[in-house]
Design a protein around this ligand. Structure first.
Ligand SMILES: C[S@@+](CC[C@H](N)C(=O)[O-])C[C@H]1O[C@@H](n2cnc3c(N)ncnc32)[C@H](O)[C@@H]1O
Length: 303
């Protein structure tokens, strides 16, 4: 028997929840949305601030703001390309939409763009979006290859849906006054802000504990001091959710800090059922949310 029970809140089938992020993010947390709703919905007083120190595609924060589960969110991201994307999306939305609308994703155009070094955040952010949507698995880390035949054999354009991307960017622009973004170390941001009254923390760091290399292959920035992160969360007054893969080092930290953890079951890209850990100070109640987990939902789809 595993020491961590299976979560009563199942993983969402990613096709069944609204897609909010324009980025296809390796390790994206769309499947966790039912859990996030159960965690934040109906709280009195309403959560004022959601801090997401490892933003990536920021699915959780965007959903929490757009579904009015929180008043505001504060995102941090260390990767300068991902950061440029968020600067562009939040501050230069209409111009970014124009760039998306006029781009033809031919192999030549994508390769030419990949070799540019844009100086301003708008162009750098646009470049990050194009590479994210056209590289295999959405991976932006150095060495990532272009999607060869494209997914479903449709070429590089197989994940370039301009109208869908523009609609998501417009939604982000409409909510941008409630989203703060910092290009900074999420650990430092947590240290400085987690004591803010009414703050909640959602942390989804790269999974590199116990010698796992996935986090290193997927992200340019993947050095995480796991014990320090647990220590920080123990000493913050903020309520938090933390996600990790099921590594022995993480299980030991959960025990040491007397945190609660459940496994959310899903299928990986190889159709094997795996459980990701959702860690919190106290159990998240499933009241009023989905039925108990029966079948593992597939989280392999990067949308
Ligand atoms: C697992 S991904 C987050 C995915 C996100 N939850 C989503 O749904 O799209 C982790 C992200 O943390 C970023 N990162 C790594 N170390 C960081 C640090 N010290 N501070 C801020 N961001 C960091 C990586 O660049 C990556 O984008």
């Amino acid at each position: 028997m595993d020491e961590f029970p299976v979560s009563p809140i199942p993983a969402a089938n990613v096709a069944s929840v609204p897609q909010r992020s324009p980025l296809r993010y390796p390790g994206g947390k769309t499947w966790l949305i039912p859990h996030i709703r159960a965690w934040l919905h109906g709280r009195d007083p309403k959560p004022r601030l959601l801090i997401e120190p490892f933003a990536g595609g920021a699915v959780v924060s965007l959903t929490a703001v757009m579904e009015n589960l929180v008043d505001r969110c504060l995102l941090a991201e260390l990767d300068p390309d991902v950061a440029a994307f968020w600067h562009a999306a939040l501050r230069r939305g209409p111009e970014l939409c124009e760039l998306v609308a006029s781009f033809e994703p031919t192999r030549q155009a994508v390769e030419a763009l990949a070799h540019t070094q844009p100086a301003n955040p708008l162009e750098r952010g646009f470049r990050a979006l194009v590479l994210n949507r056209t590289r295999r698995g959405g991976i932006l880390a150095p060495g990532a290859s272009l999607s060869r035949a494209g997914e479903s054999g449709k070429g590089l354009a197989s994940r370039w849906y301009p109208q869908t991307l523009i609609a998501r960017l417009q939604q982000i622009s409409a909510h941008a006054h409630r989203v703060d973004f910092r290009e900074t170390d999420g650990m430092h941001l947590l240290e400085r802000t987690a004591a803010t009254p009414g703050a909640f923390v959602f942390a989804d760091p790269p999974y590199t504990a116990g010698g796992k290399r996935a986090g290193q292959r997927l992200y340019a920035h993947h050095q995480i001091d796991h014990p320090r992160l647990f220590h920080l969360l123990t000493h913050t007054p903020a309520d938090f959710l933390l996600t990790y893969d099921h590594a022995p080092e993480i299980a030991a930290l959960i025990r040491r800090h007397r945190f609660h953890a459940v496994r959310v079951m899903m299928k990986n890209t190889h159709h094997a059922t795996i459980g990701e850990l959702v860690i919190s100070r106290a159990p998240v109640s499933s009241t009023g949310t989905a039925a108990p987990a029966r079948k593992a939902a597939s989280a392999a789809v990067l949308v």
